[in-house]
Design a protein around this ligand. Structure first.
Ligand code: SIN
Length: 478
């Protein structure tokens, strides 16, 4: 069988794309793990949206400023101009954003936005609510527990993917393919991402000749609790600072003002670096909620309230120790403003796996769910405007071992190296050392999945080495 549409990934971009595919089309969505295991599910803050028509130029300007001027301006304009429409579409379909007592949408403030512009749902559970909602709306066939291990590419076309499903390895063919697999979180020792986000598709992109762009721009979230045992560290949403939480050290001092006059509301890269430097200087850093009443905190941040009470913190009275952690990949598979992968006819990349250029060197808070919505819709519209005929072409099924002995230790070593040498503050010598480690790994007979990780890591390191000046999230000290 050849599907009309194959979507790799079941986060916001993949699911929202499926809502725009005409009903008569056969559409299959692949999810690597249980369907909710994706970054969308864990997104707390919200969805940025131009408040009204007059706010569109300001939303554009804020996005470009946060992106350190390296954004694709056309893509940013598309993002902001379509923000009202996609949010209206969600509301029309029945999605419930948080509202005030008079029924007006509640917009919150987040760092580097020049006005409150963030819509949220379930208080601090925007991603979870949105994911649940989109799942309830999609008519596509969903397949869980399916690992994509190859892209079936020839010339300017992608014919499908090879998947490992339980013990079975098989090819799935489709006329149009949308990659919506998310970022690269678990390449780093500390990250806020779903544990399934492991850079496989970026690695496959490299292996099969898809273009990658801006891979050096890796965003670190400033306020993360990193002491839990899970691979995914607990995010403390930016909206907390937007609503009045402060960052203090062990003496209670709000030291962020030493680094930027906007303090807690400075752009994310500045806050992350300031916290990192303060920690390197021997300080301990905390998020303080002393401005919040208990009732407000519980109502506005119910998920964080529950998680941290379960961890033994009497929030909002206790401060929570924080650290930066990897959060979002600005770079990715290079696409045009219709989300079509550069150089390909029927292959699209949407959401975090794509590089539309909207984020430039540093993403503005809460622009990612919005990007997933706006550009997934455009991908489907573009595919409908130039339909792909699809052609029987039989590819051999990849025979490589996915995992080999020793991969687990090597993977952990890679994660530590990425965190320490390709992290918040970079040095050329350390980047070179990281590159040598990755090259050594690629020269050994490692499993296919580790190879994909290592290829992605190498592209981040190469991007970082090539960009000699500090800009946005790429900060290089020598
Ligand atoms: C957050 O809630 O702080 C994360 C939002 C985002 O990554 O844009």
């Amino acid at each position: 069988m050849i599907y009309d549409y194959l979507i790799v990934g079941a986060g916001v971009a993949g699911l929202y794309a499926s809502l725009h595919i005409p009903k008569g089309c056969s559409t299959l969505i692949l999810s690597k793990d249980p369907i909710w295991e994706c970054n969308t599910f864990y997104a707390q803050g919200g969805i940025s949206r131009a408040v009204d028509e007059e706010d569109i130029p300001l939303h554009i300007a804020d996005t470009i400023r946060a992106g350190a001027g390296l954004c694709n301006v056309e893509a940013v304009e598309i993002l902001a101009r379509n923000s009202i429409e996609v949010v209206d579409d969600l509301i029309r379909r029945g999605f419930q954003f948080d509202r005030d007592e008079a029924g007006r949408l509640l917009f919150t403030q987040e760092a580097a936005h020049s006005r409150p512009r963030i819509l949220h749902a379930g208080g601090d559970a925007t991603g979870r609510e949105l994911h649940r909602f989109l799942l309830s709306q999609t008519g596509a066939q969903l397949l869980e527990g399916v690992l994509v291990v190859d892209l079936l590419v020839e010339g300017e076309r992608c014919y499908g993917v090879t998947v490992q499903h339980g013990r079975q390895r098989t090819n799935i063919y489709a006329k149009t393919i949308l990659l919506a697999s998310g970022g690269i979180g678990s390449l780093y020792e500390y990250h806020t991402n779903s544990k399934k986000i492991s850079a496989d598709i970026h690695g496959l992109a490299i292996l099969r000749g898809l273009p990658l762009k801006d891979m050096e721009f890796t965003q670190f979230h400033p306020t993360v609790f990193v002491h839990n045992k899970r691979a995914r560290k607990y995010l403390l949403t930016e909206a907390l600072r937007g609503e009045g939480a402060t960052v203090v050290d062990e003496t209670g001092r709000r030291f962020l003002f030493d680094y930027d006059p906007q303090g807690e509301l400075a752009p994310r890269d500045i806050v992350a670096r300031a916290i990192f430097r303060h920690q390197q200087a021997g300080h301990r850093v905390y998020l303080s909620f002393e401005r919040f009443s208990e009732a407000f905190f519980k109502r506005r941040f119910p998920t964080i309230s529950m998680i941290f009470r379960n961890l033994g913190f009497n929030v909002p009275y206790d401060q929570v120790p924080i650290s930066p952690a990897f959060h979002f990949m600005m770079g990715g598979i290079e696409v045009d403003t219709n989300s079509r992968v550069k150089g390909f006819e029927n292959l699209y990349a949407i959401g975090e796996v794509a590089c539309t250029g909207v984020h430039g060197a540093n993403r503005l808070a809460s622009n990612s769910l919005l990007e997933g919505l706006v550009f997934s819709k455009r991908a489907v519209e573009a595919s409908l405007a130039s339909p792909s005929k699809g052609r029987e072409l039989s590819f051999p099924v990849l025979g490589d071992d996915l995992v080999k002995e020793g991969d687990q230790e090597a993977k952990q070593h890679l994660r530590e190296t990425m965190w320490h040498k390709v992290g918040i503050i970079r040095r050329r010598q350390e980047l070179q050392e990281a590159r040598e480690l990755v090259e050594g790994m690629l020269d050994r007979p490692i499993g296919h999945l580790l190879r994909l990780r290592a290829l992605t890591a190498r592209s981040i390191i190469d991007g970082a080495l090539a960009r000699r000046e500090s800009i946005g999230a790429h900060y290089i000290e020598d």
